[in-house]
Design a binder for this molecule. Structure first.
Ligand SMILES: Nc1ncnc2c1ncn2[C@@H]1O[C@H](COP(=O)(O)OP(=O)(O)OP(=O)(O)O)[C@@H](O)[C@H]1O
Ligand SMILES: [Mg+2]
Length: 396
């Protein structure tokens, strides 16, 4: 192939990829999570009759669906939860006091394919939906592969493609109206999702040019604080969230360092396989150097730092490896692993996490597989939940 033919071949690949993505997105339209009566009753920890009473009180008709099944969606579930008398509610909805600092958790490992995105998405959805506090959760997709963004299929009001990506915000590629502030722009860029209390600052494929942009700015000496950009964005909406989870690319560029700089805590996903462990250990050998850089720029230290074992399959060889890991990393490792499950793959196919759909909606053949995976994801998320609450307790 000569230059022109090579160009044409790449263009054909691009066109093919675009067609595939359009078809895929049309095939799997993201929907809000629905609950059957039993699921609603479990979720609210009240009996079926109480569910009926408060669903009626909220003016919701659960039998309005075409197939006449009893179903309410997650927005309606929250409405019902608000109406429940205090003695029937486990606790009040949470309001983060001013002295409880926003928790920003960066999910990072330079090794690719270790479960960063699945972990970030599952933990974010779990923190938003599975705890009575109804935390206001933000997710930020720093990876231009934008897998996390597709998981949440953000709901964009008005014209398509009018929203800004995290890369656009960092590189200042936006215009402000006369009466607009930076906080307004950032706030609008955190898009609604199918989970009412979870918003996403998405990535786009165009964010691939972000690293080049950083290099150009430094070359032109027009950026004196290259690692503060994401933190500035988060600071602008500090009061709109309780927890922010940042997914990062499998590389250590400016975007990732911005993620580290903006974060108050770190989770390192890692798979229990010899080559993954080697790669992660080499990464940990380098991390103090990275920390020195971040420290020099004014970071005050992380609240917690944890290793999450992902895609975990129990076998005697993994147990042996885990024993060795435990020996060297001790309590850095979360005690509950994120297990390998067919249900995670099935949900990924539907661009959903385990917490975005209910058991009744799970399309896989064996619902118990879904339930088992969800129980495990709840345990994994609860470890993060406990770390966060511990930090806040100390803030008191
Ligand atoms: N617990 C699990 N059970 C089943 N499959 C899993 C599990 N965890 C991860 N996977 C699969 O492993 C693959 C990689 O996961 P993921 O995309 O989260 O990794 P990543 O670290 O974000 O990758 P990248 O470095 O490319 O960003 C995905 O195809 C995902 O479906
Ligand atoms: Mg990823």
């Amino acid at each position: 192939m000569d230059n022109q033919e090579t160009y044409k071949a790449f263009e054909a690949l691009r066109q093919g990829a675009e067609n595939y993505i359009v078809r895929r997105n049309n095939a799997y339209k993201k929907e809000v999570r629905y609950f059957t009566r039993i699921e609603a009753s479990n979720y609210l920890s009240v009996d079926g009759k109480t569910v009926d009473k408060y669903v009626k009180m909220a003016g919701i008709d659960p039998n309005r669906h075409e197939d006449a099944a009893w179903l309410i969606d997650i927005n309606e579930m929250y409405q019902v939860r608000e109406l429940l008398p205090l003695d029937k509610r486990i606790e009040h909805k949470f309001t983060r006091p001013k002295n409880h600092k926003l928790q920003v958790i960066v999910v990072q490992n330079q090794k690719g394919g270790v479960g960063k995105t699945i972990s970030a998405a599952t933990i974010a959805s779990g923190l938003a939906t599975e705890f009575h506090e109804e935390f206001r959760v933000g997710v930020i997709d720093l990876d231009p592969q934008n897998t996390l963004s597709t998981y949440y299929a953000p709901i964009v009001e008005g014209e398509e493609n009018q929203w800004l990506s995290v890369g656009d915000l960092m590189a200042g590629k936006f215009e402000m109206e006369e009466d607009e502030t930076f906080s307004n722009v950032v706030s609008e860029s955190f898009l609604q999702t199918t989970i009412p209390n979870l918003r996403i600052l998405p990535a786009t494929q165009d964010d691939r040019s972000l690293e080049n942009w950083f290099h150009r700015q430094l070359h032109n000496q027009s950026l004196d604080k290259p690692y503060h950009l994401l933190k500035n964005i988060i600071d602008a909406v500090e009061n709109e969230f309780d927890i922010i989870i940042i997914d990062t690319p499998p590389s250590m560029g400016f975007a990732t360092i911005n993620g580290y700089f903006a974060a108050t805590s770190v989770i390192f996903p890692m798979q229990v396989a010899e080559n993954d462990i080697d790669a992660t250990c080499n990464y940990f050998k380098f991390i103090p150097e990275l920390w020195e850089l971040i420290d020099d720029h004014g970071h005050t230290g992380y609240d917690f730092m944890k290793i999450l074992l992902t895609n975990h399959k129990t076998s005697s060889s993994t147990t042996t490896l885990q024993n060795k890991l435990s020996n060297v990393f001790g309590s850095f490792i979360y005690s509950r692993e994120f297990n390998n499950s067919e249900a995670i793959k099935e949900c990924s196919r539907l661009v959903s996490t385990l917490f975005d759909i209910s058991k009744s909606e799970y399309p896989g053949r064996t619902k118990s597989v879904f339930q088992k995976a969800k129980d495990n994801a709840y345990e994994v998320t609860s470890q993060v939940y406990r770390n966060i609450v511990d930090v806040w307790d100390k803030d008191n």
